[in-house]
Design a protein around this ligand. Structure first.
Ligand SMILES: Cc1cc2nc3c(=O)[nH]c(=O)nc-3n(C[C@H](O)[C@H](O)[C@H](O)COP(=O)(O)OP(=O)(O)OC[C@H]3O[C@@H](n4cnc5c(N)ncnc54)[C@H](O)[C@@H]3O)c2cc1C
Length: 441
């Protein structure tokens, strides 16, 4: 049950060499390749399935600074400016607008936390409005309820996950790069310990620089190279309703349900943070490192089933480069949504906004959200394999910060002034304990 997604044509043929090969056609890989292509770098992007068919089309589309961890906030702010410029740069709409994000609550503790974040955000020039009861109830009038308080972040926004990443991928080709779908990267070729090529299922590409932006598949790929990348994913379920409800906020979070207006006038509905933990070999391997993260979020997590084990993205097996790999067996990671949660989400949305109860469910899907132990992505060269840049573990925030992350990767590759300080993202930090450092969000 994939999420709605625009499909694009691939480039005609795989090049035999490139300055940079980007592995993974999600938001991170696509923006990295886009900013590289714009700088005249010869870049080839390989995607085992279809561009954006995994997390990058399955998300809510929120591009937010609100409640971001201090380590990630600068990238969120820069990304919003990049989203602003994008439509004019590529000559195509990506559904981005700064509609503002509205949070409503009946919980005084939660409202106090938001107020503390507002005070911190002010110190770095980010404006957000904490709402008293009257203002919150007025902004949330479509619910017909009195709220104790809330927060509104006017400079945040949403983009449309069904079109945004495919349209940027099309622009990579416009600026001279190439995009190859149904083309899994099976592994790397190394010469004297550093990257010298990428082996794909349809041929090899000589290159000195590889960006691994494989989302939930990144750690199993790194494992083939002897790189230890602690990563785990949880399964989140979500649904869309058809157009018909009017006068609702464009993007609203409440503890019961969250909603986002889609470009077609329908809404995406979900319960924030709620997810299933499907056991996998990798989860077992890195389980201890994720205890602080899971302890912090245990109220929202529930045990799942075996589908994650079967899908193979978190395998610990080593594979051969001349044989079919798990990435070709599972072209698109398309887990089954949790049907109980889908029903509950729809019921809660109908109670919160009676107009939504009249709109039919048009789609329901799930996605594996990949995370690092501290909830901050890993972006940077892996020191043990020169030329190999890891960019994964976006921990549920990658869609909004995808432009900034892609820009940073292009900066690291071309040696330009980095758009943000890259140090908080350095992959080697994950060799140390994450106790006490789990991101606030
Ligand atoms: C339900 C849900 C709601 C979310 N809501 C939000 C939100 O509102 N805002 C936000 O900012 N973020 C949100 N996220 C998180 C966000 O979607 C992700 O952080 C982001 O999309 C990750 O992008 P990515 O490029 O790292 O990975 P992905 O989008 O998963 O892309 C990785 C790609 O790499 C490909 N690949 C992997 N291995 C290989 C290989 N060896 N060869 C070739 N291709 C390979 C895969 O096929 C895949 O297409 C949400 C996620 C989910 C699931």
């Amino acid at each position: 049950m994939p999420a709605p997604l625009m499909h694009i044509q691939s480039s005609p043929s795989l090049p035999s060499e490139a300055d940079v090969v980007v592995i993974g056609g999600g938001v991170v890989g696509v923006f990295a390749a886009y900013y590289l292509a714009r700088r005249g770098v010869k870049v080839a992007l390989v995607e085992k399935g279809l561009v954006a068919a995994e997390q990058s089309s399955r998300n809510w589309g929120w591009c937010r600074q609100q409640n971001r961890d201090a380590r990630e906030l600068p990238m969120a702010t820069k990304s919003l400016a990049l989203w602003d410029a994008l439509a004019a740069e590529i000559g195509a709409d990506v559904g981005f607008h700064r509609c503002g994000l509205l949070y409503l609550s009946q919980d005084e503790g939660e409202i106090e936390t938001w107020a503390r974040w507002r005070d911190f955000a002010r110190t770095v020039g980010v404006t957000t409005h904490v709402l008293g009861a009257d203002e919150a109830s007025e902004r949330g009038r479509a619910t017909g309820r009195q709220w104790k308080g809330g927060v509104f972040s006017p400079s945040d926004g949403t983009a449309d996950p069904s079109i945004a990443v495919p349209r940027v991928a099309a622009a990579i080709m416009k600026f001279g790069g190439s995009v190859h779908q149904n083309c899994a990267a099976r592994g790397l070729e190394l010469s004297a310990g550093r990257v010298s090529g990428v082996v794909t299922e349809t041929g090899s590409i000589r290159t000195k620089t590889v960006v691994m932006a494989g989302g939930a598949w990144a750690s199993s790929f790194c494992h083939q190279l002897g790189i230890r990348f602690p990563q785990a994913s949880v399964r989140s379920s979500i649904l869309a309703v058809s157009p018909g409800a009017e006068g609702l906020p464009d993007a609203l979070h409440t503890a019961q349900v969250s909603m986002t207006r889609r470009s077609n006038g329908g809404y995406t509905l979900a319960i924030s943070g709620r997810a299933r933990v499907d056991p996998t070999p990798q989860q077992i391997r890195f389980g201890r490192e994720f205890i602080p993260m899971f302890a912090r979020r245990w109220r929202s997590l529930a045990p799942g089933g075996w589908q994650g084990w079967r899908l193979g993205h978190e395998t610990l097996k080593k594979w051969a480069l001349d044989d079919v790999t798990p990435m070709e067996r599972t072209r698109i990671l398309d887990p089954k949504p949790d049907s109980r949660q889908i029903r509950l989400t729809y019921e809660r949305a109908g109670k919160l906004m009676p107009d939504l109860a009249r709109c039919k469910i048009s789609d329901a899907w799930a996605g594996y959200i990949d995370s690092t132990p501290d909830g901050v992505p890993a972006i940077g060269e892996v020191k043990s394999v020169p030329g190999f840049i890891l960019a994964a573990g976006f921990s549920g925030h990658g869609f909004g910060i995808g432009p900034g992350a892609g820009h940073l990767i292009a900066d690291l590759v071309t040696g330009e002034e980095p758009i943000v300080d890259p140090r908080p993202y350095a992959p080697e930090r994950l060799n140390r304990s994450a106790w006490g450092k789990v991101a606030d969000f």
